[in-house]
Design a binder for this molecule. Structure first.
Ligand code: CA
Length: 236
C-alpha cells in the first residue's frame, strides 16, 4: 500500500456545502477524490472510479446509505471496500445498523473535517496492518491458524478441520471486524463454480463453532447478510 499513487476517496453526499468542505480537506491532505450525489450514482461510480475508501452519508435521495452499504458488501469486488459513514447525531439506531452492515467507522454530523481526515488515515493504517499480516499465521486469542502448514491450534492443541471449515476460518481471520456476506464466503471458499446454496455457509459455520467453542461468541451473525469475526477474541 505504500508505493503507489494517492488513495482515491469517493464522497457520497447530496449536500453541496458538505461535499465542498470534505473535498477541500481531503485534497489538501493529499487524497484524490470523486463525488456521488445519490446512492445510485455511488454504486455506478464505485465501479468506474475504483475508490480506495468511501465516505457514505446515510441520508441520500433514491437509495439511502444503509442500502448502498448492503449492496456493496454483497458484491464480491466491493465487499471489503472501507466505508466511513456520515450520520446525524439523532440517528443513533441508524448508526448501529450501519456498523452492523459493515461500515468500518462512522462520524456524526456536524463534524470537523480535520477529524474526518484523521479517521481516514487511521482506517488506512489499520487495514494496512491486517494486510501485512496476511502472509504469516493468524493469532486470535488462544487460536493460531497457519495457512502454510494448514494447521489450527487452540490452547496448544491441534484441531482437525475440513478444507472448507479451514477456508472459512481463514477468511474470517484475514478480515476481523468486517462483515463477509454468504455470497462472498461461498465465492472465496467454495469457488465461483460451486452450485450450492448460501445455506452451506451456515452449516459450516455451525460446525466450526462446535469444533472450536471460542468461536461461538467470536463469530457474529449479521442478520440477512453474513458473518463477521469480532475484532477481539472474547475475554476468558
Ligand atoms: Ca445527505
Amino acid at each position: 500500500m505504500t508505493d503507489r499513487s494517492p488513495q482515491k476517496i469517493l464522497i457520497v453526499e447530496d449536500e453541496p456545502d458538505i461535499v465542498r468542505l470534505v473535498k477541500h480537506y481531503l485534497e489538501n491532505a493529499g487524497f484524490r477524490t470523486a463525488v456521488a450525489q445519490s446512492g445510485v450514482e455511488a454504486l455506478t461510480l464505485v465501479q468506474s472510479e475504483r475508490p480506495d475508501l468511501m465516505i457514505l452519508d446515510l441520508m441520500l435521495p433514491e437509495l439511502d446509505g444503509i442500502e448502498v452499504c448492503k449492496r456493496l458488501r454483497n458484491t464480491p469486488e466491493t465487499a471489503l471496500l472501507p466505508i466511513i459513514m456520515l450520520t446525524a447525531k439523532s440517528d443513533e439506531s441508524d448508526t448501529i445498523v450501519g456498523l452492523e452492515l459493515g461500515a468500518d467507522d462512522y462520524i456524526s454530523k456536524p463534524f470537523s473535517p480535520k477529524t474526518l481526515v484523521t479517521r481516514i488515515k487511521a482506517l488506512f493504517r489499520r487495514l494496512e496492518r491486517t494486510e501485512n499480516h496476511a502472509r504469516s499465521s493468524f493469532t486470535y486469542g488462544p487460536l493460531i491458524l497457519d495457512p502454510l502448514r494448514h494447521e489450527v491450534v487452540v490452547n496448544g492443541r491441534e484441531v482437525s478441520l475440513t478444507a472448507k471449515e479451514f477456508g472459512l476460518l481463514e477468511q474470517l481471520l484475514r478480515h476481523p471486524g468486517r462483515v463477509l456476506t454468504r455470497d462472498v464466503l461461498l465465492n472465496t471458499v467454495w469457488g465461483y463454480n460451486y452450485f450450492g446454496t448460501t445455506r452451506t455457509v451456515d452449516v459450516h459455520i455451525r460446525r466450526l463453532k462446535l469444533k472450536i467453542p471460542l468461536l461461538n461468541d467470536a463469530i457474529i451473525s449479521v442478520k440477512s447478510l453474513g458473518y463477521k469475526l469480532a475484532d477481539h477474541p472474547p475475554a476468558k
